[in-house]
Design a protein around this ligand. Structure first.
Ligand code: B16
Ligand code: MG
Length: 214
């Protein structure tokens, strides 16, 4: 591993706990289709784009719907999700996030977000951390969503860094796979299901020490 010059963060599940809001919104959507959907099935959706998430739910229920119904469900899921995060603020940052962003900034380490969410910029604004980031690559800016590495490769390119100089922080299997496929060191955070897939794993970011890498 080269000396670390950049950090790329997944958003949902790494910087903020919005994964539970996604889960509740998808569960409501799945139940409206008569499809059973628990935290176990939700694990398959973490880090996965909105369209691919609904495709996976339909596969789980072995269901086919019209393209009109598909679009309507995507819209209502997103409306319900956005409604559920209205009160989001800097108080909802996950443990260790604020301190790590500040320490990295003070050390001149470049910072980016690599998220599948089309709501990423809106959420970063609510969390009041948008100014920390040199680049934000979100679900609006990639052709191939996670587990494809495009989101992180675009992030590294924008920071003008080699993937070997960048740590990727992720909470989802799709994101760990994306980071590894791109040649990054994949740091798993806050999801025991991915502990063995990640190159390094921490329960939360308070356990991570930047001094060990940069
Ligand atoms: P949206 P991340 C992902 O964000 C979430 O993990 C995933 O649950 C969600 O379906 C996806 O964003 C799309 O989000 O519907 O807001 O565009 O973890 O990659 O930051
Ligand atoms: Mg995530």
């Amino acid at each position: 591993m080269l000396p670390i010059k950049g950090l790329l963060f997944d958003l949902d599940g790494v910087l903020v706990t919005t994964e539970h809001n996604h889960f509740i919104a998808w569960q409501r959507c799945a139940h409206s289709l008569g499809i059973a959907f628990t935290e176990k099935e939700n694990e398959l959706l973490k880090g996965v784009s909105r369209i691919d998430s609904l495709k996976k739910i339909l596969e789980l229920g072995n269901k086919t719907i019209s393209s009109t119904e598909f679009e309507a469900l995507l819209t209502s899921k997103n409306e319900f999700y956005l409604e559920s995060i209205q009160a989001l603020s800097s108080k909802d940052l996950l443990p260790g996030v604020a301190a790590l962003l500040q320490e990295a900034k003070d050390k001149g380490i470049l910072l980016g977000v690599g998220s599948s969410s089309k709501n990423a910029n809106y959420i970063l604004g609510k969390l009041e951390i948008a100014d920390f980031f040199d680049v934000v690559i979100d679900g609006n800016g990639v052709a191939d969503p996670k587990p494809h590495p495009e989101v992180f490769l675009n992030g590294a390119k924008a920071l003008q860094l080699d993937p070997k100089e960048v740590l990727v922080f992720e909470d989802a299997a799709s994101g760990i796979a994306a980071a590894k496929a791109g040649g990054f060191t994949a740091v798993g955070v806050g999801n025991p299901h991915i502990a063995t897939q990640a190159d390094i794993y921490f329960n939360d970011l308070t356990e991570f020490s930047l001094a060990n890498y940069a």
